[in-house]
Design a protein around this ligand. Structure first.
Ligand SMILES: Cc1ncc(COP(=O)(O)O)c(C=O)c1O
Length: 400
């Protein structure tokens, strides 16, 4: 395996080779081998420092080793890690109450705790089935996860085809109002959408689309389900990205940032959607366990306490301006909101930019050949932005 990083990297290379021998073939070749992190930085096993502007793909909302999250995990691990879901814990109750409050689900709000994004989507797909209607409308290029239900609603044929036949009844539409209007009918159980399509390259919905989807689902008695797995928990400069258009869906699907790195997900419902599951119709061994929900509550509390939603909004504007200010011939636009940004490139150079950035100690990623995705911790400030801009400018030049 050829070393990706400059200088000799004995420990990293040995571990990458061991990984390549034992990891399932579905895993990509690891770009690096990390040993520890602090704030917006991680260090690899050879001691090199990296500025982390990907945050585990929009996960480490508080950055690495944040004292509030470390203390919550350590205290909870010492007290009670897991009990069955025949019982509950203060952490499980607090987690659910927080999500009901933060989403604005209101007095009818209910929460199903999951362990990942895909699992939370599975719960949403089952919820849609409980309407008794056969069809789910999702969107081309959308991404909802890799388990079979989540894959069926994912709008990328190349990911689905090796695993066909899929769950029946799912249509993938272009993201425009006319297509949605035409596909809508009283046999539609749910419309499932990402407010900003992260894996597609940080592509926001067209202006007004979310509002139109809300109106059409209401007219036809269908559920509007917002996949906020990547956009939620403050990342876009609102607690949840649907708030940007003032839309309240029937259900929010959450994961990634709500746990700050601890695996946790959730399906939150409001109104009639909260009554669709009846006793025993869904569940999970680990879902809602006190280690995960205690960690998530600590993350959500810290986002609130430190106004990291406001920070994401402000830093997002600064980052966008600084990137456009580079006047790089490779950069055509900056999409997205808050700290979920997609830098559009004029050529298929994104993988090269990622490699050049890694060599300089900067982590970003390329969801497609013409986009660099930025999803740094919500805690970043002036120093991290200044360092990012220097490293990113060099990486763009080297990759051009
Ligand atoms: C919008 C969206 N939905 C669902 C998922 C799947 O989440 P997980 O990888 O935790 O299963 C992802 C992951 O990237 C995502 O971005």
């Amino acid at each position: 395996m050829s070393p990706l990083l400059p200088d000799s990297t004995p420990e990293s290379d040995a571990l990458r080779e061991r990984f390549a021998r034992v990891a399932m073939r579905s895993a990509p070749t690891p770009q690096a081998v990390f040993a520890r992190g602090e704030g917006a930085y991680v260090w690899d096993v050879d001691g090199r420092r990296f500025l982390d502007f990907l945050a585990g793909i929009a996960v480490n909302a508080l950055g690495h080793a944040h004292p509030a999250l470390v203390a919550a995990v350590a205290d909870q691990a010492a007290r009670l890690i897991h009990v069955s879901n025949y019982v509950t814990t203060p952490q499980g109750v607090d987690f659910a109450e927080r999500l009901v409050r933060l989403t604005g689900a209101g007095p009818t709000g209910r929460v199903y705790p999951a362990n990942s994004g895909a699992e939370a989507i599975e719960a949403a797909v089952k919820l849609a089935r409980r309407t008794g209607r056969p069809r789910i409308l999702a969107f081309e290029n959308g991404f909802h996860g890799r388990t079979m239900g989540a894959l069926a609603v994912t709008g990328k044929p190349a990911l689905r085809e090796p695993f066909e036949p899929m769950l029946p009844g799912v249509d993938h539409l272009p993201t425009d109002r006319a297509a949605l209007e035409e596909a809508m009918g009283d046999d539609v159980a749910a419309v499932l959408l990402e407010p900003i399509k992260g894996e597609a390259g940080v592509v926001p919905l067209p202006d007004g689309f979310l509002t139109a989807a809300r109106e059409l689902t209401r007219q036809h008695g269908a559920l509007l389900i917002a996949d906020e797995i990547q956009t939620g928990a403050g990342r876009t400069g609102d607690w949840f990205a649907v708030q940007h258009e003032g839309v309240t869906p029937d259900a929010w699907v959450l994961a990634k940032g709500i746990g700050g790195g601890v695996p946790v997900g959730a399906l939150v419902t409001t109104g009639a959607a909260s009554d669709l599951f009846t006793l025993g119709q869904h569940g999970s061994t680990f879902g809602g366990n006190p280690l995960a929900t205690g960690a998530a509550s600590a993350v959500l509390a810290e986002i609130e306490r430190a106004d990291l939603v406001g920070n994401a909004r402000r830093r997002g504007v600064e980052l966008r301006e600084a990137i456009l200010g580079l006047d790089s011939p490779l950069v055509t636009e900056v999409r997205g909101r808050g700290l979920l940004l997609g830098v559009g490139l004029s050529a298929e150079a994104a993988p090269r930019v990622v490699d050049e950035a890694m060599r300089r100690g900067l982590i970003v990623n390329a969801p497609n050949a013409t986009t660099i995705r930025l999803a740094p911790p919500l805690t970043i400030g002036d120093a991290e932005i200044a360092e990012f801009i220097t490293l990113f400018a060099e990486s763009l030049k080297a990759a051009a």
